[in-house]
Design a protein. Structure first.
Length: 281
């Protein structure tokens, strides 16, 4: 049975968005996925007023395989609920959003086509599944075996990340709901491999960093600037190291954010193209 986004009623979408916006207004939207404590939570938790993502399908009529990926993309691309809201506004009420998962997979496969030896095969299988002619299970198993071998043989970072993503997609999307989520890490890794990487730390610099962290009271996070106390310790051991590490951190974090934003933008574009029933337009 096909799904109908928001049960065909824009008011269902609007009510969910009101909950999400109210949570954002009181600074209750957190960045831990699948969280709801009754007053605050993740973007999805605030949208559904529940930590159970089943409401994404049961109440909103959206494919289960999109729930966690869209939440993760929103958290990492927009820092909160903005991306989730933009996605929901792009889906026409009453549309069957089921094809979005497969179409997103096809788009991702097109991006890494030159970096994976089996991407074309996986794309062909996913396209067949989208057309309602999914290969038999034996064919999917054989395809996964070839994809796993390609992952094991991959050496360069971009090739390894692409192979990991393609391997995660070697499943029938009509049976494996987590395909898009499972492919997300490989996608991010592939995008990061396209960006200029940081210069490796020397052995002496690595020791300075290790000592600064082991002294306690500080941490090094990709999503936050280097703490002043950590910067002081780094520069005491190697002048200029703090600024260099902050530049590297910002570059890596920017690449991660960009990877999530690219996929979120594509999902939003695909959602806008979904045909809406005439009675719901």
């Amino acid at each position: 049975m096909s799904l109908r986004a928001f049960q065909g009623d824009p008011l269902v979408r609007d009510a969910a968005l009101m909950r999400l916006r109210a949570a954002a207004a009181r600074d209750a939207v957190k960045t831990k996925p699948l969280l709801w404590d009754g007053t605050a939570g993740s973007p999805l938790g605030c949208l559904l007023a529940s930590e159970d993502p089943a409401g994404w399908t049961d109440a909103l009529g959206l494919p289960a395989g999109l729930a966690l990926p869209v939440e993760l993309l929103s958290i990492n691309a927009s820092g909160g609920a903005g991306g989730l809201e933009a996605f929901l506004l792009a889906v026409p009420p009453g549309a069957d959003a089921t094809p979005l998962v497969a179409n997103a997979l096809l788009w991702m496969l097109d991006q890494v086509a030159g970096a994976s030896s089996v991407a074309a095969e996986v794309r062909e299988a996913q396209a067949a599944a989208l057309a309602g002619a999914s290969p038999p299970r034996e064919a999917w198993r054989a395809l996964r075996k070839r994809a796993m071998a390609a992952t094991a043989e991959a050496r360069a970072p971009a090739e390894a990340a692409a192979a990991t993503m393609v391997e995660a997609m070697a499943w029938d999307p009509t049976e494996a709901r987590s395909v898009l989520r499972d492919a997300l890490d490989g996608w991010v890794g592939w995008c990061m491999a396209q960006a200029p990487g940081p210069d490796p730390l020397t052995q002496e610099e690595q020791q300075v960093v290790q000592a600064a962290l082991e002294a306690g009271g500080v941490e090094l996070r990709l999503d936050l600037p280097v703490e002043p106390e950590l910067a002081r310790r780094l520069d005491a051991g190697s002048p200029g190291l703090a600024a260099r590490m902050e530049a590297d951190r910002a570059r890596i974090h920017g690449a991660i954010t960009s990877a999530h934003a690219r996929l979120l933008d594509e999902l939003i574009r695909l959602a806008r193209q979904l045909p809406a029933p005439a009675t719901c337009q």
